[in-house]
Write a protein that binds this ligand. Structure first.
Ligand code: UDP
Ligand code: MG
Length: 319
């Protein structure tokens, strides 16, 4: 299979017929083998029956996964990826805000040798105050923190080579961070400007609170990508620093005691020093526990601590 489209669907009954029309219009002339995996995320409208109708008509291309309840867009995407079999995977929204007509251009970029092509909704048609502005800020912060510079993490429309999607699972609202994981396993990433349309039917499932969740997820992602193979550097580093500060404060207090006869325990600096010492010590212990967890994680799943592109004159060990 050349290509899998993975499409999360939640209450999009009016959009689906138009979506299928647009998908066929793009995919048929491509001359590739393809499938579209639509994941019904516990819709409460008629989305599932519309999907079933199309699936019955076209068993070659249309596949449906139906959730028992609403698990969220990231879970829907994760399921779609698990069931997909294409060499290349394209994610897009079901509400036609993304334009399937952009897909061939993105595939051409992959052919140039990129592993991940990220859509950029340069002309985004969502609410400026609750969505576009917070999202712009979030994109800057994410780019700065992770070192993977993209204008539009939130755009679902992205194309991936399958191998950069292997080796991690998606939690929370994490699908937008796939480029960060991909970059951490050495993917070549590029960005293209894509169309964006206002929603015609149904309404958006998100508001301002989403940006807050995204920023919290960023902590997790940064930790996982930068420190998950060496947590003691983070915890031990912080802990060590706190203990050094604590030692300096204590030295200063003793110096004052000896030469200026000022009591040690009367000063709030004394409590600060003791607190820093305890926190620092705890932090180092936490780092050691994290190191243990890390070993359990890799060894219980036979997961290597590296990613291999290919091996020559040998069998690959892990697939
Ligand atoms: N979606 C989903 N589960 C959810 C929320 C959204 O599968 O719990 C799907 C939704 O049907 C759409 C895509 O995710 O295909 C993006 O959702 P939406 O258009 O509401 O987000 P926005 O474009 O406003 O960011
Ligand atoms: Mg949308």
């Amino acid at each position: 299979m050349d290509l899998s489209l993975v499409i999360p669907v939640y209450n999009e009954q009016e959009n689906l017929p138009l979506l299928f029309e647009a998908v066929y219009k793009t995919m048929n002339p491509l001359g590739k083998t393809w499938e579209a995996i639509l994941v019904d995320d516990g819709s409460r409208d008629e989305s599932l029956s519309v999907l079933m109708e199309y699936a019955a008509k076209d068993q070659e291309h249309i596949r449906v996964v139906s959730f028992r309840r609403n698990f969220g867009q990231t879970a829907a995407i994760a399921a779609g990826l698990d069931y997909s079999s294409g060499e290349i995977i394209v994610l897009l929204d079901a509400d036609l805000q993304n334009d399937p007509a952009d897909i061939p251009m993105m595939l051409a970029k992959l052919d140039e040798g990129y592993d991940l092509v990220s859509g950029w909704r340069k002309n985004r048609k969502d609410n400026a105050v609750t969505r576009n502005f917070p999202s712009m800020v979030a994109n800057r912060v994410i780019s700065q923190v992770t070192g993977v510079h993209l204008h539009d993490y939130g755009c679902t429309l992205k194309a991936y080579r399958r191998d950069v999607l292997e080796g991690f699972r998606l939690y929370g609202e994490m699908h937008r961070f796939i480029p960060v994981y991909a970059s951490s396993v050495g993917a070549k990433i590029t960005e293209v400007v894509v169309n964006h349309h206002p929603r015609k039917f149904g309404k958006t499932k998100y508001g301002l609170e989403r940006t807050a969740k995204v920023i919290l997820d960023l902590f997790t992602v940064k930790f996982l990508v930068s420190y998950s193979s060496k947590p003691i550097y983070l915890f031990g580093g912080t802990g060590g620093l706190l203990m050094i500060i604590s030692a300096f404060i204590m030295a200063y207090l003793f110096f004052r005691r000896i030469f200026f006869l000022v009591g040690v325990t009367g000063s709030p600096l004394f409590q600060t020093s003791v607190m820093f010492f305890i926190l620092g010590f705890q932090s180092i212990l936490m780092g050691l526990i994290a190191e243990l967890l890390l070993r359990t994680y890799h060894e219980s799943q036979h997961k290597p601590t590296y990613t291999v592109r290919k091996v020559i004159n040998m069998e690959s060990k892990y697939d």
